[in-house]
Design a protein around this ligand. Structure first.
Ligand code: PLP
Length: 360
């Protein structure tokens, strides 16, 4: 078979793709399809309400958090968060654990706030997770921004090793939301672009603590950039990405059918452990990230030889193992093992890697 190891947009459950095809086929003979419906129609109202209810259920999101559907990707969240929440000190603390955290710090500066990197592993190529300095003063900042899963570098602040702060904690969960459990109440805001673990590209989920939002005095920020607009208008101030939200709802249904986040976590740990075990005992491949810092959704590795890595990922592509090359900024390999990735993909990959190790 062919397997898709893309870091995003990534693999979606076959059942979801089949359901979408069937829905579209059935609608061929009706007046119009999901792609053509009004976002004000009862059908879509049900879809968006259902998606919100499913996400609340799967993540145990309490009522005092708003669940919002926003366009613009994770990157827009890098700008919206400081615009909405960096209002007292004007400063955002960032744990610089990877390229996307780094971008979030720069985005805060770009919107006129201050993104302050309080700890970084950038000089060490993000091989490990930076920790909060002992003298970190949460009151110096409006919030602390972390990336739970560093998609490019393959490292994760799991629930058990989240940084401890007395202040507001904001998490970019773009690449591991619903892949492993997190206690939502530990965070004041969470966001995730859908295109890795939640659905197709085009919609980003934001989970925001209502009290925190209500405290904010925000000036000179337009309605599209304010979370409050999305709260007040049920994410329909303007036209939402109808198809993406419909598909997101189907993915959430699938996760629920599979047994929810706890079951996803069990499956994902098994998949990742199998691959890491193989890589660790091999003297041909190395994994730069060690121990509990390792990601279960993005497994990053290398032969140590950039040209060889490139050749092997090209061979992998020919063999039907697609998108194995690491991010263009780091090279090497990256096997993304999102919820919908079957164990068979890992088994096939390991067989391929063994063969490549022998032949090269
Ligand atoms: N944050 C993380 C952890 C990501 O992996 C990505 C994209 O890969 C982003 C943010 C940026 O998301 P988007 O491309 O939706 O703006």
């Amino acid at each position: 078979g062919t397997y898709n190891f893309s870091a995003g947009p990534g693999v979606l459950p076959n059942e979801v793709i089949t359901k979408i095809k069937n829905d579209l086929a059935a609608e061929e003979n009706s007046n119009y399809s999901i792609l053509e419906i009004s976002h004000r129609s009862p059908r879509f109202e049900n879809i968006i309400k259902h998606a919100e209810a499913q996400l609340r259920d799967l993540m145990a999101i309490p009522d005092d958090y708003a669940v919002l559907f926003i366009q613009g990707g994770g990157s827009l969240q890098f700008e919206m968060l400081p615009l909405n929440f960096a209002n007292q000190t004007g400063q955002v603390a960032v744990l610089d654990s990877g390229n996307f955290a780094n971008k979030a710090a720069k985005a805060a500066n770009a919107v006129g706030k201050k993104g302050v990197i309080v700890a970084s592993s950038r000089e060490e190529k993000y091989r490990y997770l930076p920790e909060l300095p002992h003298d970190f003063q949460s009151s110096d900042y409006d919030y602390l921004h972390i990336t739970t899963n560093n998609t490019i570098e393959g490292s994760t602040y799991h629930q058990s090793n989240l940084p401890k702060t007395n202040g507001h904690l904001v998490a970019d969960m773009s690449s591991n939301i619903l892949a492993e459990p997190y206690d939502v109440t530990k965070f004041s805001a969470i966001f995730a672009g859908a295109q890795k673990n939640l659905g197709p590209a085009g919609v980003t989920v934001a989970i925001v603590k209502k009290d925190w939002l209500a405290e904010q005095k925000i000036e000179n920020v337009g309605p599209m950039m304010r979370y409050q607009t999305y709260v007040d208008k049920d994410s329909m101030y303007n036209t939402p990405p109808v198809f993406s939200i419909y598909a997101l709802g189907l993915v959430l249904d699938w996760v629920k059918d599979q047994g929810g986040v706890d079951q996803m976590y069990v499956n994902n740990q098994k998949k990742a452990a199998k691959l890491y075990d193989y890589l660790d005992q091999s003297d041909f491949y190395q994994v730069p990230v060690q121990g509990t810092d390792r990601s279960i959704t993005n497994v990053v590795f290398t032969t140590g030889d950039a040209d060889l890595d490139k050749k092997i990922s090209q061979d992998a592509d020919v063999a039907g193992l697609h998108h194995l090359a690491g991010h263009r900024s780091v090279g090497g390999f990256r096997a993304s093992l999102y919820n919908a990735q079957p164990m068979a993909a890992v088994d096939t990959l390991i067989d391929f890697l063994k063969k490549a190790a022998k032949e090269n």
